[in-house]
Design a protein around this ligand. Sequence first.
Ligand code: FUB
Length: 350
Amino acid sequence: MKRLYTTVVLTALTGCSLTTLAQTSGGKTPISQPLVSHIYTADPSAHVFNGKIYIYPSHDIDAKDVKEDDEGGHFAMRDYHVLSMDKIGGPVKDNGVALDLKDIPWAGRQLWAPDATVKNGIYYLYFPVKDKQDIFRIGVATSKSPTGPFKAEPEPIKGSYSIDPTVFQDTDGKAYLYFGGIWGGQLQRWSGNQYDPKGALKQKDEVAYLPRIARLSADMKSFDEPVREVQILDANGKPFLEKDNDKRFFEAAWLHKYNGKYYFSYSTGDTHNLCYAIGDNPYGPFTYKGVVLKPVLGWTNHHSIVQVGGKWYLFYHDVQLSGKTHLRNVKVTELTYNPDGTIKTIDAYK
Ligand code: FUB
């Protein structure tokens, strides 16, 4: 299977997502409905700021002038919209364009999955976009409002690369940026934080690529330390190999804290799972625990896990509205834990 991020039908034909095909032909019912349907949205990073829920998604568009390619070129997003809601199940507001590609001085193309946080009344939007040399970098933009408009810094974060940034602020005030994604996300081109345009995907028996972490400086706009790898280990303390592709990291990092433990969750990409691993501090190592969300309609699987009031929720996406892998819709469902702290696996269809 070579083609990256292709359409649902083609994905099913290539045989890498038979579950998805079964869900379609079996006529299963989604457990949740799209949060909005007037635009396509994906990769929902949700947060509660001042008691209100804000969702920072990708804004999928049908860029007809862009051809589908092996690197996800047809995910040609050009802006971000922030969604907000007062409570789960309540009306969802689209707050309009929060940041536009044309207003990011160094950007080339493809605004992929963002995340946001707040510190001292300033909201920080972290976003991946290809620079003018077509290399994914991570940028940061600021606003006094959670819904923007955001103003982008003139340069990407120094030392940043690849895609899918997620920001985590710990209770001690320290903030961390996690990021990375293989295949179209270009992580395979980075070794020892050096760029190699010829960087190859791992062979089946090689140790899989790992996500990255760096602590953020007090200004939230730069790294306070060199970027390092985030270790994800199996129950025996061993790293996953590339052939463990139903468990190894691919993209879509997220970090949340539950009962004092650190939960690192991510997508396995070509096997379409959202998995998680638990650690004792933000750097890990994280020990693999299982699947948060089984494959959804569409090729990609990407999420956030957030506490709202006394309950936990999984924000995710599928392609219920379009049937096309690059035109997704964000959703939310409750997430529950077992008494031992493990997460109960969610099937988005019943
Ligand atoms: O939305 C574009 C890319 O698709 C994201 O960056 C990945 O995580 C996948 O969801």
